[in-house]
Design a protein around this ligand. Sequence first.
Ligand code: FES
Length: 317
Amino acid sequence: MSLIDVRVTEVIDESPTVKSLRLVRADGRPLGVYQAGAHVDCVGPTAITRQYSLCSTPEDPDSYTIAVKRETDSRGGSDALHALRVGDVIQISEPRNLIGIDPDAGHHVLVAAGIGITPMLSIARYLDVHGHDFDLHYFARTETDAVFLGLLQEKVPHKLHAHISVPRTDQAPILRKALAALPARSHLYMCGPEEFMDKVAAVAQEALPTESIHRENFHANEQPSADENTEFDVEFEDETYHVPADRTIVSVLQDEAGAEVDTSCEEGICGTCIMTVLEGDPEHRDNVLTAAEKEAGETITVCVSRSRSPLLRLDYF
Ligand code: FES
């Protein structure tokens, strides 16, 4: 993974648990524009890598903003980012987009809960500036927890539906009402806690085809233990390599084939290690690829996913 040094130029307390950090390149060059909904890998002072959605204006090439929630079970990553001061330097990857706006959609429904608002912020800014039809449903426990609510009320008041302090049992009925009688070619994008997204997905499936439902997911799936894995072979650049039950595809390709496959999270949540499947039946174990992409079987995240067929033929993505 190639990383860029970035300097913190602004730190804002967005809520008691969320700080936003404005970042510019340490060498003074522009960072470049990014696709709305993109995220970066962020390597903070403790060298822990985490994924953060970019929530600045996508078309501003000079700076990126990330919003960091202090996690109660933090291994130090979010605490260290909360301790950063203006002038400190950290590292980020190039932006990657796993929840891209569908260019053929006639209407967009954005659904966020809590800190899941961050990718929706850049998507909402993009859709608004470019005159696309959309609605944003924002669920938060309290007004204090609803980071960027003031900004959204100012920028997209006519598109924003803020659902603050709504009991969990009321979330599904609110969504069901919101998704009734959607315009043709509507697409839905969601981000939030797992349980919330499962609920949104279940309601969305009543109204939309699976391929129109998009999910931003920074949580790793629990992986089976190695003794539940099967062995298989991988063919890469006309050579065949054995992947034993206790090794990942990417470790075999890097160590034995000398393949230059970048990795970052190694948990199936960032998309850095995606490769092309030329032949074989991948067993997807990641939270990166969409249901449609998994069904198509043309790509695989080689840090966690495996194979149902005896052989997988792979190439760089
Ligand atoms: S390295 Fe992140 S998905 Fe594989």
